[in-house]
Design a protein around this ligand. Structure first.
Ligand code: 13P
Length: 250
């Protein structure tokens, strides 16, 4: 069974709610590709309107973060059932920017992955090495550690539904995309790690994205790699170019 591609936009901290609706309306006709699952991950304050705006289209809405408790005294945080209540289907977990600026760790990532599955939200679990780690030759070791902790006590039925996004930190927002060989090598290593943790079937089903300066010109080669099942796209997801990325195979 061939894995279905999944291409997600990560809007990060961009667009007000009214700008978000405009952008969704602009992109909606451009992101039709029956072979691809399309996800827009938008800022929390725009989620409700975004879900309404994509109704009847092929686009699903994702959040960019979520907390791992059900409710309570956690000022500023967003609970999983707040997301499901409004129809959010995906959540990005452990983006490198959250790890760097908001103290996310592999442990909090694991807690959030558990919560996401408990609530039927598909987690897009991010991993990736810094430039220093790549130069030190520890990329694969580092990624394997991130993956192993993210999936602690997650069962195989859950794991096969997860999405993993490999995003080398040095390629994010830098215009410096990883080569297809570099991206494929790490995505294959992630799949091998999942096979070790679970089994071959789980590894064959789980979807692994590449993220980091994906553009309309780099997408076709990247997404043609055997272990790359789509992308997590930052800057280019805010532009009509995202339509070209989603239609990378046309
Ligand atoms: P850019 O596509 O802007 O490099 O961002 C990638 C990213 O961080 C997606 O989550």
């Amino acid at each position: 069974m061939a894995r279905r591609k999944i291409i997600a936009g990560n809007w990060k901290m961009n667009k007000t709610p009214s700008e978000a609706i405009k952008l969704i309306e602009e992109l909606k006709p451009l992101v039709n590709n029956e072979e691809v699952d399309v996800v827009f991950c938008v800022p929390a304050v725009s989620l409700t309107k975004a879900v309404e705006a994509v109704e009847g289209s092929n686009i699903a809405i994702g959040a960019e973060n979520m907390f791992y408790e059900e409710s309570g005294a956690y000022t500023g945080e967003i609970a999983p059932n707040m997301l499901t209540d409004i129809g959010v289907k995906y959540v990005i977990i452990g983006h490198s920017e959250r790890r760097e600026y908001f103290a996310e760790t592999d442990e909090t990532v694991n807690k959030k992955v558990h919560k996401a599955f408990e609530h039927g939200i598909t987690p897009i679990i991010c991993c990736g090495e810094s430039l220093k780690q790549r130069e030190q030759g520890i990329t694969i070791d580092w990624i394997r550690q991130q993956i192993k902790i993210a999936f602690l006590n997650i069962n195989s039925d859950q794991a096969k539904k997860a999405v993993i996004a490999y995003e080398p930190i040095w390629a994010i927002g830098t215009g410096k995309v990883a080569t297809t060989e570099q991206a494929q090598e790490v995505c294959a290593a992630i799949r091998a790690c999942i096979a070790e943790l679970y089994d071959t079937k789980t590894a064959q089903e789980i979807r692994i994205q590449y993220g980091g300066s994906v553009s309309a010109s780099s997408a076709p080669d990247l997404f043609a790699q055997p272990d790359i099942d789509g992308g997590l796209v930052g800057g280019a997801s805010l532009k009509p170019d995202f339509g070209k990325i989603v239609n990378y195979n046309k």
